[in-house]
Ligand binder design. Structure first.
Ligand code: IZC
Ligand code: ZN
Length: 422
């Protein structure tokens, strides 16, 4: 078979090969390293992966693109499974308040936070939102990311704004080289007019909005901000059950700030993943392990909230919960698109070993999005989504932090990003 693209002389090739399923326990640390590796691609698929030179039967000709990865590290394209990609405005005005001791939930309760982004998102035109999100996607791509999840949730009290956000994400999925997977998060904050009467808003979500999103096939997942003063565990249960009935796959922002029993709820509902989990209880972790709920941890958010609280990644790995890592890119609690930085934070603050981290941003992140059979590892037949980093090994990439190590990004077998001056 003819190769359209070959990456050769790869010092450290992290394949993450193995079964297409989330890695738990000791398997979380199995990154499938091949030294002096080579990868061949035909069109958008991987046709060979191994050591040294190409075998007979894989042909190259003058049209084949050959990339020399001498001294570099190659991984599957990174996957960011939790972002609030599409939004208007920014919230740097919260920084001085935060430094003066005002908490995230306090700012939200005062009509700021998510509400302030909702106002900016409502005002922004489709084109404005598209351009801003496109810029963020380009930044993510430059950090080696090839697939991104994008949540709605800034149309608080305006379903029209929710639809605008989702349509921007879905149009970017069609137009931009990266894959963008949409999540409906209508339950992100309680609209002003429903304050004190939030059950009525939950009714509206269940009876009108979720069925509409599902029927028009606008999103794959449905998420809820289950948090003190936002949506209670009971309300989240109702919303996520409605999502399931309508064919949307449930996810939940669980135990991010206050320990409410969100992890237990995620397991009870059969959510594909539970996100944040900073305050997840022992029981919640056990329940998630039993049900196979993936933990999506967001160490950049813990860093940015500066509360000194962290998700218990080691406990989760020990208990056989598959752990994924994400940016949580959003204008409030984590205004950063840099997944490489989150990899370092996962390692240094959550005490995850580099192999556990790379699994967390590849196959486990893919599994949190239900796409582990197509991406998240480098195997014959899988999509040729590949990142080349200018780092001699994985440990170096995580240890030398705060810079961008990306050399080249390949999406669907095509080079979509090359570092300037390479
Ligand atoms: O805009 O603050 N946690 N939702 C739940 C967010 C963070 C996004 C935001
Ligand atoms: Zn989030």
């Amino acid at each position: 078979m003819k190769a359209t693209l070959v990456i050769e002389n790869i010092k450290n090739l992290l394949t993450i090969r193995g079964k297409n399923r989330p890695r738990k326990g000791t398997q979380q640390g199995e990154a499938g390293l091949i030294e002096n590796g080579i990868v061949a691609v035909n069109d958008d698929k991987i046709i060979y992966i191994g050591k040294g030179a190409l075998p007979d039967g894989i042909e190259i000709d003058e049209t084949t693109i050959v990339v020399n990865a001498e001294g570099k590290t190659v991984t599957p394209g990174l996957i960011d499974p939790h972002t609030h990609l599409v939004h208007g405005g920014s919230r740097e005005h919260e920084l001085p308040m935060k430094l003066a001791g005002k908490g995230y939930l306090e700012i939200l309760a005062g009509g700021g936070g998510i509400h302030s982004t909702a106002r900016a998102t409502e005002k922004a035109s489709f084109e404005d939102l598209y351009k801003k999100a496109e810029k963020s996607l380009n930044t993510m791509m430059s950090y080696g990311v090839t697939t991104v999840e994008a949540k709605s949730g800034y149309g608080i009290g305006s379903f029209e704004t929710e639809l605008k956000q989702i349509e921007v994400a879905n149009k970017l999925n069609r137009d931009h080289p990266l894959d963008i997977i949409s999540t409906f998060m209508g339950a992100h904050a309680v609209p002003e007019e429903y304050k004190g009467n939030s059950d009525l808003f939950v009714d509206k979500l269940i009876k009108e909005q979720i069925p509409y999103i599902a029927e028009k096939n606008l999103a794959k997942f449905c998420d809820v901000f289950c948090e003190e003063g936002v949506f209670s565990v009971d309300q989240s249960r109702r919303i996520l059950n409605a999502a399931k009935i309508n064919g949307l796959i449930p996810k939940v922002h669980a135990d991010e700030i206050v320990s409410l029993g969100g992890a237990e709820l995620a397991a009870e509902i059969g959510c594909i993943s539970a996100e944040h989990l900073i305050g997840a209880s022992n029981q919640g972790i056990e329940d998630m392990a039993e049900k196979g709920t993936i933990a999506v941890l967001l160490p950049g958010t813990s860093f940015n909230l500066q509360k000194g609280t962290l998700a218990r990644a080691r406990k989760m790995i020990e208990k056989n919960v598959a752990v994924a890592i994400s940016t949580d890119y959003n204008p409030g609690s984590c205004p950063s698109e840099n997944l490489q930085l989150m990899m370092t934070l996962a390692s240094l603050t959550l005490k995850m070993q580099p192999e556990e981290v790379i699994v967390g941003v590849t196959i486990n992140a893919a599994a949190a999005l239900g796409i582990e059979d197509k991406v998240g590892s480098l195997e014959v037949g899988k999509k040729a989504d590949i990142a080349i980093f200018d780092a001699p090994n994985l440990d170096y990439m995580i240890y030398h932090f705060g810079i961008n190590h990306t050399d080249t990004v390949i999406k669907n077998g095509k080079i979509v990003y090359t570092r300037q001056g390479r």
